[in-house]
Design a protein around this ligand. Structure first.
Ligand code: AQP
Length: 346
């Protein structure tokens, strides 16, 4: 983990995931697994189900409710402990939307226009018909993070540019108002699986909104489905190399090796030392066994929790109350800095 940017800001981790569909292996390896690892680092950890981000694209209300609880269940089933970390859904803490608005007024249109995720999500579509929320998404994300004065944000590689924008917004706010109020947050992008790719196309990231279900492993997939998807995953015809260098220009092979390394908690070189020279017909069944062994207990626990919606809702509400305690003074101080008249005793 990189050094905390300013001594005055106590180290604090914040991250979130959108309930915009079922959880994928990419979300698990690139985010949740690492969130869970960080909760024992001695640093305060705050994790969010960012439901307000999810509605930047159309969500059926019933589906959104289910996906929100399912994502919370995914965090919990993967080992997130609500006694150690704060877990809540974003819409229960209105300060996110309020600071998001302030940052809409700090961020520049040109900055948003340069976001590659915006470009990817509108590629081949009529961008004019997308929601304003989808365009402004990164400034709400900056609010999510800076509301907690978070110093470190574990994310996958795809979020790096949004983290840079978060720093730009913090720096512009601090500069415009002559304060040193918001930290310059560090992204934490570490491990073998910071970019898990589609099983059908090694140049595209595995994504919960990909129209092809074969492109991803869902956390809710059963053992047979996981094994079948891995067996059918696209590869080239060469055997696996013995060193990581040999994976260059072989995106599909690299992806499967990275997934194996992340699931096994082993460096890529050690995986290749074991499998180098062997064909995919031998490697894929081993990967499928490992994936099933790691994911089956998580999906079983998710299913148990989903039968206990009240338990999930209580955890989210308790987390939201703790989050509001942190965010209320930060929002008030922000309003004071920018010249909003505050409440007086009447
Ligand atoms: N394929 C991936 N590899 C590694 N990390 C990933 N993440 C997502 N996909 C991968 C990480 O998961 C966290 C939450 O992401 P998100 O759900 O908020 O949004 P996203 O990045 O847009 O994820 P999806 O699955 O692609 O969602 P949709 O399809 O709705 O856009 C982030 O830390 C992200 O890096």
């Amino acid at each position: 983990m990189a050094d905390t940017p300013k001594a005055q800001f106590k180290p604090r981790v914040f991250s979130g995931i959108q309930p915009s569909g079922g959880l994928t292996l990419g979300n698990y390896l690139g985010a949740i697994k690492r969130f869970v690892d960080m909760q024992d680092s001695g640093i305060e950890t705050i994790y969010c189900v960012v439901d307000m981000h999810a509605i930047t694209t159309w969500q059926d209300p019933e589906a959104l409710r289910r996906q929100t609880r399912e994502l919370a269940a995914g965090y919990l089933a993967a080992g997130l402990d609500p006694a150690k970390s704060i877990l809540f859904n974003q819409s229960q803490v209105s300060a996110h939307a309020e600071l998001g608005w302030v940052f809409n007024c700090v961020a520049r249109m040109g900055w948003m226009n340069r976001m590659t995720q915006w470009k990817d999500k509108t590629a081949g579509k009529n961008a004019e018909a997308e929601s304003l929320g989808l365009f402004a998404y990164p400034s709400l994300m900056a609010a999510d993070i800076l509301l907690y004065h978070a110093t470190h944000v574990p994310v996958g590689e795809d979020q790096k540019q949004h983290l840079e924008l978060t720093r730009d917004i913090a720096a512009k706010f601090n500069h415009d108002y002559g304060v040193d109020f918001f930290p310059l947050t560090e992204p934490v992008i570490e491990g073998a699986a910071t970019r898990v790719m589609s099983l059908r196309d090694g140049s595209r990231k595995m994504s919960k909104s990909d129209p092809s279900d074969q492109s991803r492993i869902n956390m809710s997939d059963d053992a047979d489905t996981i094994a079948r998807k891995i067996r059918r995953a696209r590869t080239d015809s060469e055997p696996l190399p013995s060193e990581a260098r040999g994976l260059e220009h072989r995106p599909e092979a690299r992806n499967l090796v990275n997934i194996y390394a992340a699931l096994a908690d082993r460096p890529v070189d050690r995986v290749l030392a074991e499998f180098g020279g062997r064909p995919f017909s031998e490697f894929k069944p081993q990967l499928a066994d490992l994936a099933v062994a790691r994911l089956a207990p998580i999906s079983a626990e998710m299913a148990r929790l989903m039968d206990n919606e009240d338990e999930i809702d209580r955890i989210l509400s308790r987390g939201a109350a703790r989050a509001r305690e942190i965010t209320a003074p930060v929002l008030r101080a922000t309003y004071d800095i920018i010249g909003m008249v505050g409440p007086k005793r009447i």
